[in-house]
Design a protein around this ligand. Structure first.
Ligand code: DOR
Ligand code: ZN
Length: 425
């Protein structure tokens, strides 16, 4: 069955065209085309399907907050065609038993390509390297490894992990947080946390690890990827490291591009996240860094949590925010409507760069005849109030906000996975 995307502007450029999709590929691009199913995309922009390098799907272990199935649905609704499922599950994804399962379950659900992330160290404890080789060789085909949630803090373990990863041809993604500087920390260290009596998480805890890992990657001739960059100083260090030819890449989350620590005023733990929301000056630096390519891409750090783990004392609440279904709108608000990125730029930071960083050869591809039909249709003129989302968990800090741009439809290898807010299983 063929699908015709009717009257859409590729990357928001030029005149509207029709895009015919058949057998999983883009079969034709032109005007006056016809197909079996027609998706009217008048006024919409066509982009390559989004790729999220950083998603917590919570299966196995916390299926009360999200599953591979519910998270895949949220991803499809958010315009994603591939997500990387983080390893901090229970049990931890530190062996092929778990990573093979995550890949297979993602395939069964079939709404988005679910790539398992393997742990760098056994049990995320930071002490002993996990069997990365076995996870890479298994049916899970793991290509990205991370202890996310925890930092690979020991410099010798990190050095060995980078060396090992480089011989395997896989990527290490670091959650940069020097744990001795963040003991008991729940909020960005600054005037707001001080006034509110919250223990501070200093910028240096992130920046010192980013700088250290840049040097370790340089010496190992390895690649390193920095998760959720959150400070102006991190942007400066990345700029320096890239200027030295170090193979370092970085992501930023939608929430760090929009929100700052003035949100803490209410003590509502929906605003608690790790790394924490920083100051306005950091938000500005992150936006500029993303626009200039110093930060390579956007990653959601979609982190579902149960009501009882969020609606409690701020210090006891778990850190993390939902992100998959709101990412595009937050990027339109912070990057497109501010003139920092055009739609080509959105394609770069939400699809092309993350696909390149993870080494996916069928995602983030140009919208051309013969290319795999992993596509996202966006209505740039729509605007809506964030209300109920489709994740199992409810912890979105964006609830009630009026945000621009809407994902109208998503297509995975030519199959419509979401259309007009409905998932197509
Ligand atoms: O806020 C966060 N939540 N940061 C992390 O690093 C982990 C994540 C989670 O798993 O909830
Ligand atoms: Zn993290």
């Amino acid at each position: 069955m063929s699908v015709l995307i009717k009257s859409v502007r590729l990357y928001g450029e030029g005149d509207p065209v029709d895009v015919l999709v058949a057998d999983g590929e883009i079969a034709d691009i032109g005007t006056g085309l016809s197909g079996d199913e027609v998706v009217d995309a008048t006024g919409c922009v066509l982009l390559p399907g989004f790729v999220d390098l950083h998603t917590h799907l919570r299966e196995p272990g916390r299926e009360d907050t999200e599953t591979i199935e519910t998270g895949s649905a949220a991803a499809a609704l958010g315009g994603y065609t591939a997500v990387f499922a983080m390893a901090n599950t229970n049990p931890v994804a530190d062996s092929p038993v778990v990573t093979d399962y995550v890949r297979r379950r993602g395939e069964e659900v079939g709404l988005v390509d679910v790539h398992p992330v393997g742990a760098v160290t056994v049990g995320l404890k930071g002490e002993q390297l996990a069997e990365m080789g076995m996870m890479a060789a298994g049916t899970g085909r793991v290509r990205v490894f991370s202890d996310d949630g925890m930092c690979v803090y020991d410099p010798l373990i990190m050095r060995r992990a980078l060396e090992y990863a480089s011989t395997l041809g896989v990527l290490i993604a670091q959650h940069a947080e020097e744990p001795r500087l963040t003991k008991g920390a729940v909020a960005h260290e600054g005037p707001n946390a001080a006034r509110l009596g919250l223990t501070g998480w200093p910028r240096a805890a992130e920046e010192s690890i980013v700088a250290r890992d840049a040097l370790l990657a340089r010496d190992a001739g390895a690649k390193v990827h920095i998760c959720h960059a959150s400070t102006a100083g991190t942007v400066e260090i990345l700029k320096w490291a890239k200027s030295q030819g170090i193979q370092i890449t970085a992501e930023v989350t939608p929430h760090h591009l929009l929100l700052d620590d003035s949100r803490l005023e209410t003590y509502d733990a929906v605003n608690k996240v790790n790394p924490p929301l920083r100051e306005k000056s950091d938000v500005e630096a992150l936006r500029a860094g993303l626009a200039q390519g110093v930060i390579d891409c956007v990653a959601t750090d979609h982190a579902p949590h149960a009501e009882q783990d969020k609606c409690c004392e701020f210090s006891q609440a778990r850190p993390g925010m939902l992100g998959l279904e709101t990412a595009l709108s937050v990027i339109v608000e912070t990057m497109v409507n501010t003139g920092l990125l055009d739609w080509r730029g959105v394609a770069r930071v939400m699809s092309e760069r993350p696909a390149e960083i993870a080494g996916l050869d069928d995602q983030g591809r140009p919208i051309e005849i013969g290319e795999p039909a992993n596509l996202t249709i966006v209505d740039p003129s729509a605007s809506s109030k964030v209300d109920k989302l489709n994740s199992l968990a409810k912890n979105t800090p964006f609830r009630g906000m009026e945000l621009p741009g809407r994902v109208v439809g998503t297509m995975l290898r030519g199959r419509v996975t979401a259309l007009n807010g409905e998932v197509r299983r």
